[in-house]
Design a protein around this ligand. Structure first.
Ligand code: GLU
Length: 303
C-alpha cells in the first residue's frame, strides 16, 4: 500500500469512528474551534505530497512549536545546551511543577513547559529581538514568509497562564532562568500561538526526515543533531504518553494541545494530523488513532 493509499484509508476509517475526548478548554480561544475538524497531510522526502480533510486549515500548533525553538537554540549553543536541561522523559504532565524541586530547576526535557521556557530564556540571551529572530527562523524552515504570531491566542493564554507564571518564577529561583520572567513568559506564549495547517506543518518539519536539510537543500541541523532531536521527540514528544505513542505508532513526533501532531519517519516522510479532541493525556485522540492505523497499514515504522 502506498503512503497516499494508507493515508486515505486510515482517514476514512477513523472519520467513521465515534469521536472521543474533549478539546482543551483551559485556553479560552481554543474552545472556539470546531471540535470535529480533522485533517491529515504527508510530505515525502522524494518531494511528493498528499492530504485530505481539513488539511489546509490553520490551527493552533501550541507545543509543536517547541521543536522549532529547540532546533534554533541547538544551532546556537550546540551541546552546551544540555547543561541547562535534560533529555529524559518526565513521566509527568507537561505543566507539572513537582520534579523541578528535586531537580534543582533543571527541566527533564525541552518539550515540557519548564524546558521550553529555559529554551526561550536561552534565545532571549542570544538576541536583542528574540521574537523576530524566532519568527524568521520558522519562516525559513517552513518556507512561509508571511507566518506571524497570533496575538489573539497569546493574549488568551496569558490571561489564564498562572501555572506557567509559577513554573517560570520557580525555575528562576534556582538560577536557571537568566532574564526577566515576564519577558520569558511573553516569548513563550507567543511561540505557542503560531497557527499553521497540516500541509504547512508537514512541509516545515520535513527537514527532520531529510537528515537536517530542507528539500531545497538548506542545512538546518547536521545529521547528528537531527538524530538527537528525533530521539527526543520519540522519548518525550507526547507528554506522559510518549511510551504508549512509540508502542502504538513507532515514529518520533510532537503533539500540541491544539490537537495537532507531527510525526517523522526518517528518510521517508513527515506527516501531520489535526483533530482538536484530546485524550486524557492531552494528545489528539483521532490523531493517535489515525497514526496507529497509518503505520499498521504501511507496515513501516522506525522499529
Ligand atoms: N501553550 C500551552 C501551555 O503552556 C502549550 C501546551 C501544549 O501544547 O503542550 O499550556
Amino acid at each position: 500500500m502506498t503512503y497516499q493509499e494508507a493515508m486515505l484509508k486510515a482517514f476514512e476509517v477513523v472519520s467513521h469512528q465515534k469521536s472521543r475526548g474533549q478539546p482543551a478548554t483551559y485556553i479560552p480561544e481554543l474552545t472556539k474551534v470546531d471540535s470535529e475538524k480533522f485533517g491529515v497531510h504527508i510530505h515525502a522526502t522524494d518531494g511528493s505530497e498528499a492530504g485530505t480533510g481539513h488539511h489546509r486549515e490553520a490551527f493552533s500548533i501550541q507545543s509543536i512549536s517547541k521543536v522549532f525553538s529547540l532546533c534554533m537554540a541547538y544551532t546556537l549553543l550546540g551541546e552546551g545546551l544540555w547543561h541547562r536541561l535534560g533529555v529524559e522523559p518526565s513521566g509527568t504532565a507537561f505543566n507539572s511543577l513537582v520534579q523541578l524541586e528535586a531537580d534543582r530547576g533543571i527541566p527533564r526535557n525541552p518539550f515540557i513547559n519548564a524546558g521550553a521556557m529555559v529554551i526561550c530564556d536561552i534565545l532571549i540571551s542570544q538576541f536583542k529581538d528574540p521574537k523576530t529572530e524566532f519568527l524568521t527562523f520558522v519562516r525559513k524552515v517552513a518556507a512561509l514568509p508571511h507566518l506571524h504570531y497570533s496575538s489573539r491566542i497569546a493574549e488568551s493564554e496569558k490571561s489564564v497562564g498562572n501555572r506557567n507564571v509559577a513554573l517560570c518564577h520557580f525555575i528562576k529561583s534556582f538560577g536557571n532562568i537568566h532574564n526577566a520572567p515576564e519577558e520569558v513568559l511573553d516569548f513563550y506564549f507567543n511561540l505557542c500561538s503560531l497557527e499553521m495547517s497540516c500541509q504547512e506543518v508537514s512541509r516545515a518539519f520535513l527537514f527532520l526526515a531529510n537528515g537536517g536539510k530542507t528539500i531545497e537543500g538548506e542545512e538546518i541541523l547536521n545529521p547528528s543533531q537531527t538524530k538527537r532531536i528525533n530521539a527526543l521527540m520519540q522519548t518525550c514528544g507526547f507528554y506522559d504518553e510518549s511510551g504508549e505513542f512509540a508502542f502504538k505508532v513507532g515514529l518520533p513526533g510532537k503533539s500540541g494541545v491544539g490537537g495537532g501532531i507531527v510525526a517523522i519517519h526518517p528518510h521517508h516522510y513527515c506527516i501531520s494530523v489535526w483533530s482538536p479532541r484530546l485524550n486524557a493525556k492531552g494528545n489528539s485522540q483521532r490523531g493517535v488513532d489515525f497514526l496507529e492505523l497509518f503505520t499498521t497499514l504501511t507496515e513501516l515504522s522506525i522499529f
